[in-house]
Structures are given as C-alpha cells and as structure tokens.
Design a protein around this ligand. Structure first.
Ligand SMILES: [Zn+2]
Length: 137
C-alpha cells in the first residue's frame, strides 16, 4: 500500500515543473474515499484570479491491488485494440512506489496537456518519455 502523504512534496515538485499546462498547486486534492481511478485530472477556477486552474485528485491510500491493476492497464492501445509490448515492458520498470507515483502524476499532467480520457495509451507513453528524459526510469 502507498500512503500518498509521503510523496506530497515530490508530487508538488512534478506539478510545478509542468505549470506551463495550467497546473496549479492549489488544485492538488487528496481523496479519502476510494473511487474507480486512483488519480484524475481535475479542472477548476483559481479563487484569487478566477482563471482556469488545472490540478490532480489523488487517493490518500493506494492499495496493492489498485497498483497492480493500474500497471496491468499500461500498454493497452484503445485505438488499435492491442497491447504495446514496449510499453508493457516499461511498466515493469515502475518497480518502486516512487516511480509508480511519478508515472501516475505525469499521466494526469498529460491529460492537461490535451490528451482525452480515451487516450490513456498516449498519456502513458508521454509519461514514460518524460521519465526517461528526466532520468527517472
Ligand atoms: Zn488517464
């Protein structure tokens, strides 16, 4: 199980890195009631400026089974209805809680970058390429 509190500073650091996509640190919401998705990209309004604010809602606790099902979904390309072995291989490299969280946050940032909810494969792919570029994988 992952307790998200341990990673809050790191999550905020990642979000700050991608502020160019409208990411606002005030929009990091910690969710106490487990829902279908561990994390989701959320959009709101900045209380002070009234401008659009992009953020992330993430579960406070992430169970081992939620982690394995999230990893198991990586590589599925909805458009081709096929699994991409390259991405499935990369998913096995998310072998620490920290790397899993980094990928999860980058995936949600990809949605703010413009990928739709139908483009999970593209989001995962982008998240991996960012991790590689940052030397995190
Ligand atoms: Zn997604």
């Amino acid at each position: 199980m992952i307790n998200i509190e341990i990673y809050l500073d790191e999550i905020k650091d990642i979000m700050a890195k991608y502020a160019v996509y409208g990411i606002n640190l005030d929009y990091l919401k910690i969710n106490d009631e487990p829902r279908l998705n561990i994390a989701v990209a959320i959009v709101g309004k900045d209380i002070n400026t009234g401008e659009k604010a992009c953020g992330i809602r993430i579960d406070r606790q992430i169970s081992d089974s939620a982690i394995s099902s999230a990893k198991g979904a990586i590589g599925y390309n909805k458009k081709s209805n096929k699994y991409d072995p390259t991405l499935m291989d990369k998913a096995t490299k998310l072998d620490t809680d920290r790397k899993f969280i980094q990928h999860l946050i980058l995936h949600e940032i990809a949605h703010h970058k413009g990928y739709t909810q139908e483009e999970e494969y593209e989001c995962d792919k982008w998240a991996f390429s960012e991790m590689e570029e940052l030397g995190w994988l």
